[in-house]
Design a protein around this ligand. Structure first.
Ligand code: UDP
Length: 326
């Protein structure tokens, strides 16, 4: 049987590169489209000799042309860490709106199934806890996180419109905090920040008093959930994440213990609109996809710390220069 073709926008990013590896391993042809503003071609280096992988360097906010048939489109292109979308606010809005429109247009033209990478940020600073898919959220549209949150909320709306109007077979995954190898060491998120600080013997920068909570999912679990969703018949948002909720201070202390670091904790001001709590309700994923996370935090952190130890030295910071090219 002929191989099926998958397009992954943002395939050179953290989650995108794990998806690319998984679909190649399962015998798909994979076309990655990425402009590398926050992704890194190095994330695909171990796959570059695979003849089933094709890489196109392009901003998906500009029209996308692919000649071949496409069976699945996974739209993962977007800056995704708070620091990145503060650095690239307009690119974040454009890729969530224009980029999603272009990717949906491609799905419609090719009669491909379409999966949108959405986010727990659609729930904002939630007033309902844990967050179920039926919760509409509490988002400040003009706050610093608004560029990401509203872009993703628009992306969900246009995705559902393409389902209703054009009958595109759409899926929406709401991704909660995810970690693992190939996260950018200086992307500003808690886990990469704490591990790199702990390994370098620097103080761990805990924002606020560290009592805010998150629930962290290992990337392999997330990718398994995304694949189940893609091949399901669910045309609606589904939370994928690990409900194991902890405070940020607990995470900092766990990383100190696991790295054996003697670093201190340095309390810094809490960023504006930082959500106070976050935990996915994964009842829908469990009952309708038969998915739940399996990897224990200790095991996931072990492989993440190993990756950071091996890559700390040759890490190349993300280009800030492209911030001016709107
Ligand atoms: N955080 C922190 N120190 C850091 C980076 C993040 O204390 O160096 C906190 C941040 O304020 C938030 C939580 O860790 O409460 C998770 O932040 P992250 O940027 O990883 O992702 P978010 O869930 O906020 O999108």
């Amino acid at each position: 049987m002929a191989k099926k073709n998958v397009v992954i926008t943002g395939g050179a990013g953290f989650i995108g590169s794990h998806l690319t590896g998984r679909f190649l391993a399962e015998g798909f042809n994979v076309t990655v489209i990425d402009n590398l503003i926050t992704g890194n071609a190095k994330n695909l280096q171990h796959l570059m000799n695979n003849p089933s992988l094709r890489y196109i360097q392009q901003d998906v906010s500009k029209p996308i042309e692919v000649k071949e048939d496409i069976h699945f489109i996974l739209h993962f292109a977007s800056p995704a860490s708070p620091l990145d979308y503060l650095n690239f606010p307009i690119q974040t809005l454009k890729v969530g709106s224009l980029g999603t429109h272009n990717a949906l247009g491609l799905a419609k033209a090719k009669k491909a199934a379409f999966l949108l990478a959405s986010t727990s940020e659609v729930y904002g600073d939630p007033l309902v806890h844990p967050q179920k898919e039926t919760y509409w959220g509490n988002v400040n549209p003009v706050g610093p996180r608004g560029v990401y949150d509203e872009a993703k909320r628009f992306a969900e709306a246009i995705t559902m419109a393409y389902f209703n109007v054009h009958k595109v077979n759409v899926k929406i995954v709401r991704i909660f905090n995810t970690y693992g190898p190939r996260m950018r060491i200086n992307d500003g998120r808690a886990i990469p920040a704490f591990i790199s600080q702990a390994l370098a013997g620097e103080s761990l920068t805990v924002f606020g008093d560290g009592s805010q909570t998150r629930s962290f999912c290992y990337v392999d679990d997330l990718v398994a959930g995304i694949e189940k969703l893609l091949f399901s018949n669910l045309n609606e948002p589904v939370n994928i994440g690990n409900p194991n909720e902890m405070t940020i201070l607990e995470m900092a202390q766990t990383i100190l213990r696991m790295t054996g670091s003697k670093s201190k904790i340095d309390y810094r001001p809490l960023p504006q609109d930082d959500p106070k709590v976050r935990q996915p309700d994964i009842t829908k994923a469990k009952t309708k996809l038969g998915w739940e996370p399996k990897i224990l935090l200790e095991d996931g952190l072990k492989s993440t710390i190993k990756y950071f130890r091996e890559n700390l030295a040759d890490f190349v910071p993300a280009s800030k220069t492209s911030a001016s090219s709107k």
